[in-house]
Design a protein around this ligand. Structure first.
Ligand SMILES: *[C@@H]1O[C@H](CO)[C@@H](O)[C@H](O)[C@H]1NC(C)=O
Ligand SMILES: *[C@@H]1O[C@H](CO)[C@@H](O)[C@H](O)[C@H]1NC(C)=O
Ligand SMILES: *[C@@H]1O[C@H](CO)[C@@H](O)[C@H](O)[C@H]1NC(C)=O
Ligand SMILES: *[C@@H]1O[C@H](CO)[C@@H](O)[C@H](O)[C@H]1NC(C)=O
Ligand SMILES: *[C@@H]1O[C@H](CO)[C@@H](O)[C@H](O)[C@H]1NC(C)=O
Ligand SMILES: *[C@@H]1O[C@H](CO)[C@@H](O)[C@H](O)[C@H]1NC(C)=O
Ligand SMILES: *[C@@H]1O[C@H](CO)[C@@H](O)[C@H](O)[C@H]1NC(C)=O
Length: 585
């Protein structure tokens, strides 16, 4: 109905000589039509939420976890974000192009109302949902008369719709005008997958809270909704556990490189307000060597050499698998940590990747590297720790090796994170596991930048040359975009894929280069996860259609203070899409 109406309008409006930027919402809405009328936005727009007036207040932070508070803060961020964006789209146009409306000659037609209607009450789980527990869909219309209507089932859907709304606006080069050249607009939108995430690794390098908050901002812009913090590993333990203060005191890289309980709460709340659930991973029983610095009696193989007999990278270290002191340590740790996480998280990740069987050779209580001996011990370890996770009202997540390599039986609720590619997702879903996909061939964004290990002159040099890392090549945005987490699955198997995460393992990433490596490629995976790998007609989404939108979205990220990398040269950003195709039709 809308599209017929708008095709009539487009004939009528075709006389306009204004060259507009592309309509560049990222990720692409499921359905979108636009016109070519210009509407201006100012601070007098009247915003209502289910009929009640909502004031717009700069810097408004929710005073409680309530739908109205979340929406009021969302409206405030959205309007402030538009007014502060400084995004004049000259950068998208060839010099000399008339890209802007002329308010003096054409007059100003203002947006009058923004009517927000939430059609259902939020369940408490809306603010820390399990996959599928919150409906993020929304519809958005803007009439040529200047009335905006945003409907959504949940307050999180309202936030998604507000983000889309803000991406329709530009700042005028004359300064104090903000406009959309796309009225009327009609959008219907909903995500394809409920779990759309990023993995940050705060053990190989520490990331100050501000860097994590900026990451959450960019995630919300990209409609990504899960921040998985791989908070500890063998390299460092930045997480302060008040019941075990020695662990971070000895295990952090530096006393300043720690997250206090207040830091963790700040990060989680900041995410929740933006519909980004922050959940944590303490990787175990491998990848836990940093505990040896405070509790050497619990750990085997810490800093053992040559490291590659004991783990994938130095300094190694795994929990003793048949030791009651390990269990007591974890009980104290979890009793301290889980009650603080659970108000804002539905999940807790217990890791489980890359456990090297040799480690238990050094365990005086085991002295074996045989699967037959180790498998039952690992099963018991996981059962015990996962029942603690469940007792705290969290849902466990593990890496794929736990079920696929170790044949550990997991609870039905447990989510398995796939990363090894090949047919991992197929094997896991065929066994009935819920899966999030982080296939390293596509979605490991740290890959392809060379080795971090050093190679001695002589045979080692020859062996290492040309010093590529294990997972190259670099995953270009086009490669990231080509990945469909449900490729090759039956419809039943595909239903078990909750979504995916891009990973930013931090061996050679710290706050200095994180943004340029993460963005905009994480947003590209965000589009696959929100909009789907294929479009409404079932065709693969096109790089040629996507590139101009991604160029514009990248500019929006940059204006927000996110140091997102360019995806092409300025000539192509300012050009027509066909100019930079490999084989123009
Ligand atoms: C929608 O916006 C695009 C700019 O991306 C413009 O070229 C097109 O004419 C608009 N559609 C209509 C129907 O006006
Ligand atoms: C969006 O519009 C479609 C079609 O009218 C309707 O089925 C759907 O329920 C609407 N969604 C919301 C969140 O209002
Ligand atoms: C275990 O250690 C032996 C040497 O004792 C080594 O040959 C083997 O490759 C190691 N296994 C793994 C999985 O690293
Ligand atoms: C694990 O520990 C228990 C109790 O100390 C012991 O009886 C058992 O033999 C150990 N299992 C293995 C595989 O070493
Ligand atoms: C187990 O240890 C033996 C003796 O060191 C070694 O030869 C073998 O490769 C190890 N097995 C694994 C799976 O690492
Ligand atoms: C898991 O099962 C597979 C297939 O039966 C087997 O090859 C593998 O050795 C088992 N792994 C362990 C650790 O028991
Ligand atoms: C669509 O993308 C898939 C990979 O996701 C690729 O294998 C296939 O060749 C593409 N189809 C076309 C027509 O390009």
């Amino acid at each position: 109905m809308f599209s017929r109406l708008f095709s009539c309008l487009s004939v009528f409006l075709a006389t306009s000589i204004l060259i507009t930027p592309t309509t560049a919402i990222w990720p692409a809405p499921q359905s979108f039509t636009n016109g070519s009328s210009v509407l201006y936005l100012n601070q007098n727009i009247r915003v209502t939420y289910n009929g009640a007036f909502i004031p717009y207040t700069y810097g408004y932070v929710p005073s409680s976890f309530s739908s109205k508070e979340f929406v009021q803060a969302g409206v405030s961020r959205t309007l402030a974000g538009i007014f502060d964006s400084k995004f004049v789209p000259w950068i998208l146009h060839k010099p000399g192009a008339k890209y802007e409306p002329n308010p003096l000659a054409e007059g100003l037609k203002w947006l009058k109302t923004l009517q927000i209607i939430q059609t259902s009450e939020d369940k408490p789980s809306a603010f820390k949902p399990l996959a599928g527990e919150v409906d993020e869909s929304y519809n958005l219309t803007i009439s040529v008369e200047g009335d905006v209507k945003l409907t959504a089932v949940s307050s999180i859907g309202v936030l998604r719709g507000l983000e889309t709304f803000s991406q329709l606006f530009y700042q005028h080069s004359a300064g104090t005008f903000w406009y959309t050249p796309f009225a009327p607009v009609a959008i219907e939108d909903a995500p394809k997958f409920p779990h759309r995430g990023i993995l940050m690794d705060t053990s190989r390098h520490f990331f100050p809270v501000e860097d994590i908050l900026r990451t959450i901002d960019a995630m919300a812009m990209s409609k990504l909704n899960r921040l998985h913090v791989h908070v500890t590993d063998s390299q460092s333990w930045p997480l302060v556990i008040p019941a075990l203060p020695e662990v971070s005191e000895k295990g952090a890289h530096h006393p300043s490189e720690t997250y206090s309980p207040a830091d963790i709460e700040r990060i989680q709340k900041y995410g929740a307000y933006r519909g980004v659930e922050v959940y944590f991973e303490i990787d175990m029983p491998g990848h836990i060597g940093s505990v040896a610095l405070s509790h050497p009696e619990l750990i085997v193989a810490y800093n053992e050499q040559p490291y590659h007999w004991w783990c994938a990278q130095p300094p190694c270290g795994a929990f003793k698998l048949n030791n009651t002191a390990v269990d007591e340590f974890l009980e104290t740790l979890f009793d301290d940590l889980f009650p603080r996480l659970v108000p804002y998280s539905a999940y807790f990740h217990t890791g489980g990747d890359e456990l090297n069987k040799n480690d238990s050779m050094l365990d005086e209580g085991i002295r074996s590297n045989s699967s037959e001996v180790l498998q039952p011990l690992l099963q018991k370890f996981i059962d015990t720790q996962h029942s603690r996770v469940r007792d705290a009202k969290l849902t466990p997540v593990v890496w794929e090796e736990i079920p696929l390599e170790w044949n550990v039986t997991l609870g039905k609720d447990t989510v398995v994170q796939a990363w090894l590619g090949g047919d991992s997702v197929k094997k896991l879903t065929a066994k009935g596991h819920k899966v999030i996909d982080s296939n390293y061939n596509f979605w490991y964004l740290d890959c392809g930048r060379g080795q971090w290990l050093n190679w001695a002159n002589g045979p080692a040099f020859q062996l290492g040359f040309p010093f590529n890392d294990w997972c190259g090549p670099t995953k270009s945005w086009r490669l990231v975009y080509s990945h469909d987490p449900t490729a090759g699955l039956t419809p039943e198997e595909a239903k078990l894929v909750l979504g995916g995460e891009v990973a930013l393992w931090a061996e050679t990433i710290d706050p200095i280069n994180f943004d340029t490596i993460a963005w905009p490629r994480a947003s590209v995976a965000g589009e696959v996860l929100w909009s789907g790998r294929t479009d409404a007609s079932g065709q693969n989404r096109s790089q040629i259609e996507a590139a101009p939108r991604l160029n514009e979205f990248r500019e929006r990220l940059v204006k927000k203070g996110v140091r997102a990398s360019p995806i092409t040269q300025a000539f192509c950003v300012q050009g027509e899409p066909w100019e930079c195709e490999f084989a123009p039709a």
